[in-house]
Every structure is written in structure tokens, then in C-alpha cells.
Design a protein around this ligand. Structure first.
Ligand code: CXF
Ligand code: ZN
Length: 368
């Protein structure tokens, strides 16, 4: 089968023929119907975040189960699934407290670049290739641990299901799970990429009143407007904190979401919230970044600064519900899919993303 391999950072991905073993104990083999072109993969391609190479990347995917290994009870062949880039054991303290994104299982998969038993299912010319976050969905097929999938209704289009695997869950989850935004609240979103647009969709869903979006590109601000943003700030032309104050009677917003991963804009989010407000860091920062905030404001203004990883999701509870809202016509998730590409055009798809031409592109690796 074909897969997109990262051999060296700062080099294009190479789409090549690879061998995929069958699923081992507790594993599932999935035909990848759709894989999202997320900016996070680019961090690994570019070397901003560490990864063991060579590696089959891709972490936002959905597909159809073709084969299950021994002792798999969660799914059967033919089931449609969303892939999770934070597989969770379900049994540890973090899982049991409703914080499966913090489960150590995903850390093991991420750090080893292998399956849970320490071996790889991906090979080429006699050498092992590494898995990526237990997903590796830039491939026609992939093997995942059964803890890394969520079964969904077959009527959900698999392009939409793929987006649920990262951008949608991360963005809407930050609003509904991490921040618990209240109806009527004012919200600032810094960064209108694939995840930022989902913060906008989430804020509209929970009934936020003002949804202010800041970005450097007018094309992205227009997309944000089409998903429910009520006020737009071009951050190249206006200073964000004063523009936000001007729109909120001088007070700042109730909630600010940073969806870029830049410590400077994280501090901007913190500065933009009113007394008692909450700033949420969603974007993935470069390794080792530090941020500076005014410590007095934290105390005297009772501000809250929170991190949000994978939308603080409980994937088995949250994803089916959100997809039901989509099926009921209440979430415009199909509008997020700007373009589709075959797998061998993956480098073009990344070029379009980096040029700000698309909200999200979807690769269609495994046919239908
Ligand atoms: C990222 C988080 C950091 C590892 C790669 C995936 N999440 C979403 O894009
Ligand atoms: Zn992602």
C-alpha cells in the first residue's frame, strides 16, 4: 500500500509503497477514507517539534475497520471510526477523572513511534518505519490500538469524521469542555486556522454573544465571519488588546482563546480578558517556549489562564454527540472542507495550507 513518509525534516514527504502488517493483539486495521491536512504535522515536518524518522505522519483521520486483532471488543470489520491522536487507556487516574487527553498511553505512543508492544507494523525495504501518535493516517491503511478509535454512525461522511479527529474536537472542546463558555458571553479567538474556526463554531453553538476574531489575513477573517464571528480584527492593522477593549465597553472579553501556539499571542489573550475572565491556550507552541504575563493581574483581577489539549475531550462521549449535531444540521462541519487531494498530492496540500488558501484540506488515501 502507499503511505506518505517523512524521511528528513524540511524535505517534502515521499509517497511510496510500504508494507503494513496485520493487526496484533488489541489492534485494529483501518482503511483510511479521509485524512485532514493539519498544521501540527507541519511542525514535525519542519523540525519545530521532535519526531523519530523515518515516519508515516498524519494524525487527523477516519476510515473503515477492515480487520481486528485478537482480543478486540470495541469494533468489528465494517465499522466506521474516528482516529484519536491521544489514545487513552480508560483505567488510569486521569482517564477516570474525565481527562483522557492526559493519559500516559498517548505519551508512550508518541515517544516510541511504535505500537504499544514496542514494535512497528510499518516497513519498507526491510526496515521499520515509525508510527505517528498511534495514527499514521497519511496512508491507504493503518493499524491503531483499539484505545485509539471511536466508533461512529455510518451516515456521517468520513471527511467530516476525519476533522472530528483533531480540528473540530480541539476547537469546540476548548469552548464547551475547557472553558465552559456560557450563553451570552463575549469571546475572542486569536488565529482563524482550522482549529480557530472550530472555536468560532463552538462559541456560536453555546450561544456566545460577541465572537471577536483576530488574524493577520483578511481571507481567514472572512472565513471566520461565515462561521459566526461577529467582529473581525486584522491584527496587522490594529492592536488587538485595545481593539477588543473598544468592542467590549472598555472591559475586555469573558473568554479569550489563543489558537496559534505563539507565546506572545497567548499573552495577548490573557491581556484581553476582563476582570474574572478566562484565557485558554489551545495552539501548540514550539518546544521550550515560555510566556510572560502580569502576575498582579492574575491575583487582583482573578483572571484564569488554562491550557486546552485535544479540547479536554472525552472522545467516546463528545464525538458522537457533536456528530449527531452535525447530522441534525446544527454544525456546519462540511463547510470546513475547502479542498480534497489524492494522497500523492500531500505536499501540494501543505503548500496551500501554509499560503492561507484553505480552512482544511482532506486527503483521500484509501479510496471508497
Ligand atoms: C497536535 C498536538 C501535538 C502533537 C501533534 C498533534 N494536535 C493537533 O493538531
Ligand atoms: Zn491536528
Amino acid at each position: 500500500m502507499k503511505a506518505a513518509i517523512l524521511y528528513e525534516t524540511k524535505q517534502p514527504l515521499r509517497v511510496e509503497e510500504v508494507e503494513l502488517d496485520g493487526p496484533g493483539h488489541g489492534e485494529v486495521l483501518v482503511r483510511v477514507a479521509a485524512a485532514g491536512v493539519c498544521h501540527s504535522d507541519y511542525h514535525f515536518m519542519n523540525g519545530d517539534l521532535p519526531i523519530t524518522l523515518p515516519c508515516v505522519i498524519g494524525h487527523e483521520g477516519a476510515g473503515v475497520v477492515e480487520e481486528v486483532g485478537s482480543n478486540v471488543s470495541a469494533v468489528a470489520p465494517g465499522d466506521h471510526v474516528v482516529m484519536l491522536f491521544r489514545a487513552a487507556c480508560g483505567r488510569c487516574e486521569f482517564c477516570q477523572r474525565g481527562r483522557p487527553a492526559l493519559c500516559a498511553m498517548a505519551g508512550l505512543l508518541r515517544n516510541s513511534g511504535r505500537m504499544l508492544d514496542g514494535t512497528s507494523r510499518l516497513h519498507r525495504a526491510g526496515t521499520d518505519l515509525h508510527h505517528f501518535l498511534g495514527v499514521s493516517c497519511f496512508a491507504e491503511r493503518t493499524v491503531l490500538p483499539e484505545q485509539g478509535i471511536v466508533k461512529i454512525k455510518p451516515e456521517v461522511p468520513l471527511e467530516v469524521a476525519a476533522l472530528m479527529g483533531c480540528a473540530v474536537m480541539t476547537g469546540i472542546g476548548a469552548v464547551m469542555n475547557t472553558a465552559e463558555v456560557q450563553p451570552g458571553a463575549s469571546v475572542l479567538v486569536i488565529g482563524a486556522g482550522g482549529v480557530g474556526l472550530n472555536v468560532v463554531i463552538g462559541a456560536a453553538l453555546v450561544g456566545a454573544n460577541q465572537i471577536i476574531v483576530a488574524d493577520l489575513l483578511d481571507s481567514k477573517l472572512e472565513m471566520a465571519h461565515s462561521f459566526g464571528a461577529t467582529h473581525l480584527i486584522n491584527a496587522g492593522e490594529e492592536e488587538v488588546v485595545s481593539a477588543v477593549r473598544a468592542l467590549t465597553g472598555g472591559e475586555g472579553v469573558d473568554y479569550a482563546f489563543e489558537v496559534i501556539g505563539n507565546p506572545k499571542t497567548m499573552a495577548t489573550a490573557y491581556q484581553s480578558v476582563r476582570r474574572g475572565g478566562t484565557a485558554v491556550a489551545v495552539g501548540i507552541p514550539p518546544l521550550g517556549s515560555e510566556m510572560t504575563i502580569n502576575a498582579g493581574e492574575l491575583v487582583y483581577q482573578e483572571k484564569t489562564l488554562k491550557g486546552s489539549y485535544y479540547g479536554t475531550a472525552r472522545p467516546h462521549a463528545d464525538m458522537p454527540r457533536l456528530l449527531d449535531l452535525y447530522l441534525a444540521g446544527r454544525l456546519p462541519l462540511d463547510k470546513l472542507v475547502s479542498r480534497t487531494y489524492p494522497l500523492d498530492k500531500v505536499n501540494e496540500a501543505y503548500a496551500a495550507l501554509l499560503a492561507g488558501e484553505v480552512a482544511r484540506s482532506i486527503l483521500l488515501p484509501g479510496g471508497s
